[in-house]
Design a protein. Structure first.
Length: 153
């Protein structure tokens, strides 16, 4: 069963940009935004991740780490990140194991555009799983969740 708000976020380790592996539990003590997206270089995903790049201060000011996750290879992620200058790592879930654990898999596209905000204790504080289309959760909306978490800490 997919985790929901109030559940401990399933831990994982995935390879990513920057030539290293990323483990969710290593970020305990700080907030993490998990941004699942269908694919590198696609119009909707490019628009979404570039908007997070452009509004990165929303995440940085809240002390939050952003991790992009999709099924493409690290090599594809490296090219995508280099082309668009992303300040956050992109993680490769080629086997879709983490995508499955979070319940965001989708037929045809592989993964639904989804956002999970995980607090400093590793608890999911916000979850949005896209149904269809290229709409995405804007940085300002994620920022409001991060502000709420900060004011409750």
């Amino acid at each position: 069963m997919a985790p929901g708000v109030g559940d401990v976020a399933p831990d994982f380790t995935l390879p990513g940009t920057g030539g290293r592996d990323y483990t969710l539990s290593q970020y305990r003590g700080g907030n993490v935004v998990l941004a699942f997206y269908p694919g590198d270089f696609t119009p909707g995903c490019t628009r979404q991740l570039c908007s997070y790049r452009d509004d990165f201060s929303v995440f940085a000011d809240a002390g939050a780490t952003v991790l992009g996750i999709s099924p493409q290879s690290v090599e594809s992620h490296e090219r995508f990140a280099a082309k668009h200058g992303f300040e956050f790592p992109l993680l490769a879930d080629a086997e879709k194991r983490v995508i499955g654990e979070y319940g965001v898999g989708a037929p045809l596209i592989g993964v639904r555009r989804s956002i999970f905000v995980v607090d400093a204790e590793g608890v999911i504080r916000s979850k949005h799983v896209g149904i269809v289309g290229v709409t995405y959760v804007k940085a300002a909306e994620i920022g409001r969740v991060l502000d709420e978490i900060g004011s409750q800490a």
